[in-house]
Design a protein around this ligand. Structure first.
Ligand code: SF4
Length: 627
């Protein structure tokens, strides 16, 4: 058989109902058309999950895949992409996590895993020495994601760098609708309840040892050289993420007063915090005052992920992972916590329980605002005094959510459904898109390109790409610019960059390293596979994925009306840089223009037959258009 360069060459299909494990070869045409990761996952999802299959049905699929750069010398190539039908939107999810899992999986002979069915008893999947087996997970039940990993290391006799673990925590076991998959230490495939899907299949964890396969890479030296070049570019650009990760953003944006950091569930855009306390929400403070140990992913040379030890105050001695921006914002300003150490401990708790920190922050923010406005009482909150900044109450409520206990059971449904259950003013106060998922922990009322992105997304989270160099794709605007409230910019940016992130998530690499440099990424794919892969092809693949996910979502009941923000999410801020302005004045027109720019029907958002044909997706036309 001819060598398929760039690929381990097979997918592992695991039927949890029957216990059957089968190897499936990767077809070269599919590889070229969908590349890997999110692309392959999207194809499997569309082909195998027809209308009528619900997120918790045995027939749903959970696909975990790397791509042609995974496990190579490319820096940060331990990444996985996770694709499924998720519970928050009842539509597709494509979410990714870094770490080691993708690299170890490929070096064990698999480009990805397709999970289907439901186990009768809780199980975990163990992949080692190019073999896979299902094992009893009853001893792991109730353990959080850190405990699960430690227990598996002990049980299987492997050290930190010899085995990688994807697991769910109590939240996934209890089908919390925003449960996540947690990888190694501090890497989370967070969106649209992928962890609840894994829980519904009664799969607690997947452990993979560091395989020994020599991957068939066409030009190894060129892959290394491109990765080195990307790193040099990053350093030359003085990108703060290289030095500090994303940690610095809470402090930087608040100091800039640009309205990006969400405060107290969007009740204000101004974080009223002492300057000395604010400066502690910075990479500089955390890294210079707290004990820190680098915890980089596979082959990564970024100064990004660290394990930290809190060295002062009531949390002195606590050891956890340094949070990303969203984690710190969700557990800080969104819920009124001004003590950085408390925010770090809460963020780590969310990861340990196995939940999406964005949705967790928004449901806590909603509950606290309702309590503050006396629309909830301690009787309804199980005795919790849900005041802004109350660490103890927030911590207890997060644990109740993960266990679905008391009021936690209501919030475990996610912001939209929880607000509907609470009733009254709650649906007008909660932050979500009408598809049913919450945005990232940003205040998009001051960044309209991101607001439109989050509402028209197919994956339950933003698909746009802030790090794209505008010149790469002929972009005229920078969506990250302060106070960007131009509707035209919002449409132009979204239509132009949709697909870039999906393409990158086909490759098995971390975005902080590649920063969507489509020219070098195309060259890296060519070097790994031996194909003549052009820069234009990167966006063709990315757009193909967006169109196919769109068709999948329409097939599962999504409508144009669901491409909209909740009343609070689309509201005019009461203060800050966009005070009094709302995108809702022109929402229907902007959405329509976006659909047109994507080659979709301007009213319904259905991809037009000619769009699907030119994307190589003609087989989807009869179901969508009936011809
Ligand atoms: S930049 Fe951070 S998340 Fe990405 S691979 Fe490196 S250490 Fe991991």
């Amino acid at each position: 058989m001819e060598t398929l360069y760039g690929y381990a060459g097979k997918l592992l299909r695991v039927d949890l109902s029957s216990g059957a494990l089968t190897d499936e070869p990767i077809d070269p045409q599919t590889a070229r058309k969908f590349v890997g990761g999110t692309g392959i996952g999207t194809k499997v999802l569309y082909d195998e999950v027809p209308p009528g299959v619900e997120w918790s049905d045995a027939e749903n699929r959970l696909i975990i895949a790397s791509g042609p750069l995974g496990g190579t010398s490319y820096h940060g190539s331990g990444t996985i992409s996770v694709v499924s039908k998720g519970p928050l939107t009842n539509g597709s999810v494509a979410t990714q996590a870094n770490g080691f899992f993708g690299a170890f999986l490929r070096l064990s002979g698999y480009d990805g895993i397709i999970l289907q069915g439901k186990a009768r008893k809780w199980a975990y999947l163990y992949i080692h020495d190019e073999k896979a087996e299902l094992r009893d997970a009853s001893g792991l039940l109730g353990k959080d994601t850190v405990e699960t990993r430690e227990a598996l290391k002990r049980e299987l006799g492997h050290g930190d760098k010899q085995m990688s673990v994807v697991s769910i925590g109590p939240a996934g076991e209890n089908l919390v609708k925003f449960a996540a998959l947690v990888v190694d230490k501090g890497h989370v495939a967070a969106h649209n309840g992928a962890g609840a899907v894994m829980g519904s299949k009664k799969l607690k964890a997947i452990a993979v040892t560091r395989g020994k396969l020599r991957l068939p890479i066409k030009d190894r030296a060129r892959v290394t050289a491109i990765s080195d070049q990307l790193l040099e570019n990053l350093i030359a650009a003085k990108d703060f993420r290289y030095t500090w990760g994303t940690l610095n953003a809470v402090c930087e944006h608040t100091l800039a007063n640009d309205g990006f950091v969400p405060v107290k569930n969007y009740t204000t855009c101004i974080w009223d915090i002492e300057r000395a306390e604010l400066e502690k929400f910075s990479g500089w403070y955390v890294r210079s005052h707290f004990g820190q140990k680098p915890n980089a992913c596979w082959a990564c040379r970024h100064h990004h992920c660290h394990t930290i030890t809190i060295t002062e105050g009531p949390f002195k001695g606590y050891v956890g992972e340094e949070p990303e921006y969203e984690c710190l914002a969700a557990c800080g300003p969104v819920i009124g916590v001004t003590d950085v150490a408390a925010a770090i401990v809460l963020a780590n708790l969310v990861d340990r329980l196995g939940m999406d920190v964005n949705e967790a922050g928004w449901v806590l923010g909603l509950a606290i605002e309702l309590f503050d406005k006396k629309l909830l009482t301690m009787k309804e909150t199980d005795g919790l005094q849900l005041t802004w900044g109350n660490y103890d109450a927030a911590s207890k409520l997060l644990q109740n959510i993960a266990k679905r206990e008391g009021f936690g059971d209501v919030l475990a449904e996610g912001a939209m459904r929880a607000a509907q259950r609470i009733g009254g003013e709650a649906p007008n106060m909660a932050i979500y898109s009408m598809k049913g998922a919450t945005p990232k922990t940003h205040d998009h009322r001051n960044r309209w390109p991101k607001l439109l992105d989050t509402c028209v997304t197919q994956t339950a989270t933003g698909e746009g790409y802030i790090m794209l160099k505008p010149a790469d794709l002929g972009l005229a605007i920078n969506p990250h610019e302060k106070h960007n409230n131009s509707g035209e910019d919002a449409v132009a940016w979204n239509a132009q960059c949709k697909g870039a992130l999906h393409f990158e998530d086909c490759l098995g690499v971390c975005k902080w390293q590649s920063r969507a440099d489509m020219v070098l990424l195309a060259e890296a794919v060519s070097a790994a596979t031996g194909w003549d892969f052009s820069t234009a092809e990167t966006m063709e693949v990315g757009k193909r994925i967006v169109h196919l996910l769109r068709v999948f979502n329409i097939r599962h009941g999504h409508t144009a009306e669901m491409d909209a923000p909740s009343p609070r999410y689309g509201s005019a801020p009461v203060d800050g840089p966009s005070q009094g302005k709302t995108i809702m004045d022109s929402w229907a027109e902007l959405r329509s223009k976006y659909y047109e720019a994507m080659g979709w029907d301007s009213r319904t958002g259905k991809p037009l037959p000619e769009t699907l044909r030119s994307a190589g997706l003609e087989y989807t036309i009869p179901e969508l258009w009936g011809k």
